[in-house]
Design a protein around this ligand. Sequence first.
Ligand code: ARG
Length: 611
Amino acid sequence: MGIGGMHSTMCFALDGVQSPLFWAGNSKYSKMATIKAFLNEQIGSALSKVAGIENCNPNVITASKPEFGDYQANGIMAVAKQLRQNPRDLAQSVVSQLEELSLELVECYEIAGPGFINIKLRNTALLQRANLVLADPTSLVTETRSPKTIVVDYSSPNLAKEMHVGHLRGTIIGDSLVRVMERCGHNIIRQNHVGDWGTQFGMLIAHLQEVQSQDGEDLPQQLSDLEDFYRAAKDRFDSDEEFANTSRLSVVKLQGGDPEYYEVWQQFIEESLRHCEAIYDKLNVTLKREDLDAESRYNDDLGNIVSTLESRGLLSESDGAKVVFLPEFIGKDGSQLPVIIQKSDGGYLYSTTDLAAIKLRSQELNVDRSLYVVDARQSLHFQQVFAVAKAAGIASETISLEHIAYGTMMGSDGKPFKTRSGDIIKLIDLLNESVSRAFNLVSKKNPVLEEELRKTIAEKVGIAAVKYADLSKNRTSDYIFDWSTMLSFEGNTAPYLMYAYARIKSILRKEEAQNFDTVITAMEEQEERLLILKILQLSEIVQAVAEDCFPNQLCNYLYELAGLFMKFYEACPILKADETTKNSRLALSALTAHTLKVGLDMLGIETLEQM
Ligand code: ARG
């Protein structure tokens, strides 16, 4: 049985009684609950009251089809089942209960199908909300009522090498999440957990000392291509036993705190960080120096981690190494999988450092959530580290440790994205290529634009295209990197959305459109109503992204928003309409542009006023 439409006979129209619950006319929009959260609360308490069960979840969602109203409550049937009651009867009692509240937000309720409640919102209430946002555009995204302290560990490249395409996803997904969460009012601590302390650094130091003594070139020049430098050092290491020995000695000296080695290492790290920062800059990624949470930061605490594990009786010996066995980690052959904490030569591992980082985040930073935006291939590592941290009491009782895993970027051949000759692609090369492709595209589309302007546009569009193509995919899946779709002006792409924004701005710039009142009054057309409702739903999406960490939900939202604007623009004349309607539609256009801009900003994408 399907769900009936709003036009059916059971739509209970309510009189416009003011309800003080959250609809105070002059309250700041950003302090309000989202429409969905408000309905969920109201319907939830009505349901709980009628059912005599505490905290019932009415499961309110946006209506799956416009005929079903604006929202629907799907949770009645489950409660009815629990009570062994007819679900439609229960829905009827809930609706009667709700009618008594006379919510200003709701036009009518309708019971549909086996016991859904469809909800249609009142136009005046939607207009009021929209106008509150227009009066204070900064309040478009409502603030969470339970702000949390959240660490987002993201980007985190290994500083021995150049950033490559494999670092793109973690960097931009993480950056989008921090932007979203900050907008919601959470306290965000960015952590760029760069790899700066492995054995590779001995080899790099040795090579650096060698080349510096040979030719007087300055450091930035020698390290202008970290990938080349790394390869040269590795070649030396593999082919020259003496060099390999010097390298091993260098790590020992470095880790033993020898000032000379420490200084060379520091110079290398500094140069490598500059490479990363150039990429962050180009990508419009918000990571700064102060967000560094380098592995080396934890050196002094690694011994304490070992003693903590020891004192909790968690450590075992395995081939001379100190390891932790947990019953939940069993290998394919049925044997227990060890988490190695300290190697037989005394060296520590990636896991040890991560345990120390959890200690800091739990015990000193007091965070509620610690998110790790890292490749899905590290999922066993995180499961193990989280489990050991919990078992040892290194993690607080309340901290939520979450691996925000993402899939691999594939080439058109369905294999991890590489150059034709099979080399790893440097991230900077990929970004430059995107900008140059965007330049050709813009030049073709708009050859009369001045070259400087075309370059500026291409810089923004090229970067946005790469970012959006990635963010718009479900992060957990692998995806195929494809230039032509990401740079298309049609479909769910950055160029499409940026163009939609620029187009609205150009409408607003037209002479006749200047000086309009920023009040929306017209909502007679369905296209106007759908657009307004969509705008008011941004907060719901943003809260979901902050919760579940899937930025593709925000991309889909923006794509739908742009589509609804196009429909509105086709169906509702603006400049030719009477003065009041014209003003209202201009205000609605301005609000749409603002919503697109704020939404794209949360994806780390910059808009252009003109394209
Ligand atoms: N540097 C690591 C890598 O390149 C990623 C670090 C992720 N963060 C963490 N806390 N383990 O694979």
